[in-house]
Design a protein around this ligand. Structure first.
Ligand SMILES: [Zn+2]
Length: 286
């Protein structure tokens, strides 16, 4: 569930609280969350200092440096319910804490994940580059030209297109629904068939929704917390996501839910009319 704004919030928290600090010891309590051998993971990460934090889409990478050695990266994917926090070493361990990275006598980084879809991986610069190359442009960094280009000739539901990480990295169910509402586009519209005007509106909507959500430290339903264990503040600002039956904030009519590719989509049928209601000749090609 953590999407770009939540992962960005974790990234900013790590920059404030973990940058420059050394990982002194590693404890893997559940090897299933480590990609590769846990022993090798520990050996590669231990003793290194965190010198930068990078993010692409929902993927987070901590650059780890050691004297006279090439840099390594700790690649973190929070998955559905992953939490990455800085905790006092004395604080009681919560259930589902799978990895502890000691930062000294007093503090440690903890990776906790109830559903265990999240993963930690130690990689070389080349491996990180390859992992990032599999993702489309970051949804907060993408240019209008790249965005419009990626929509061109695409079929299928625009909702699924927005969530395809190989085309655009960072959006999941929450911010895809919110962006489509702001852009007034029906979730079943085809990316390649919306008007150029709508496409540009969607580009601006994605940027606006993400920037605002980052400012409010993301959205928390159950599991997501920031690096200090605090929930995000964007939930009261949600316009459609999980508001089925509640009045649309723009027109007052009830928000509806529709299942697209197995995922719930929330939208206002009045503000986001079905694309088939438009005569074909009034839909200029992109
Ligand atoms: Zn409405």
């Amino acid at each position: 569930m953590p999407e770009l704004p939540e992962v960005e919030t974790v990234s900013q928290g790590l920059q404030r609280h973990a940058l420059g600090r050394r990982i002194l010891a590693v404890e893997v309590r559940h090897p299933g969350v480590i990609i590769g051998s846990p022993e090798q993971f520990s050996a590669e990460v231990e003793g290194r200092a965190i010198v930068s934090v990078q993010r692409k889409g929902k993927a987070l990478a901590l650059e780890l440096s050691a004297q006279n050695q090439p840099p390594r990266y700790l690649l973190v994917r929070l998955g559905m319910t992953g939490q990455f926090t800085v905790s006092a070493r004395q604080a009681p361990l919560e259930p589902h804490t799978h990895v502890r990275l000691s930062l000294g006598e007093r503090e440690e980084l903890r990776f906790r994940d109830v559903r265990r879809f999240g993963r930690l991986r130690s990689c070389t610069p080349e491996e990180l580059e390859a992992a990032f190359a599999r993702l489309g442009p970051d949804a907060q960094q993408v240019t209008e030209e790249q965005f419009l280009g990626a929509m061109r000739a695409r079929r299928g539901a625009i909702k699924s297109w927005l969530m395809n990480q190989q085309l655009l990295a960072g959006l999941g169910n929450i911010y895809a629904d919110e962006s489509l509402f702001v852009a007034r586009i029906h979730p079943l519209a085809q990316p390649g068939r919306v008007s150029a005007h709508q496409a540009r509106r969607l580009f601006r909507a994605v940027r606006k929704v993400l920037d605002h959500a980052v400012k409010l430290q993301g959205t928390s339903f159950r599991d997501y917390v920031d690096i200090q264990g605090r929930p995000g503040n964007y939930k009261p600002r949600l316009r459609v996501y999980q508001r089925t039956g509640e009045p649309c904030r723009r027109c007052g009519r009830p928000i509806r839910r529709l299942v697209i590719a197995g995922r719930s989509s929330h939208f206002c049928p009045h503000c986001q009319p079905r694309p088939s209601h438009f005569p074909l000749d009034k839909r200029p090609a992109l």
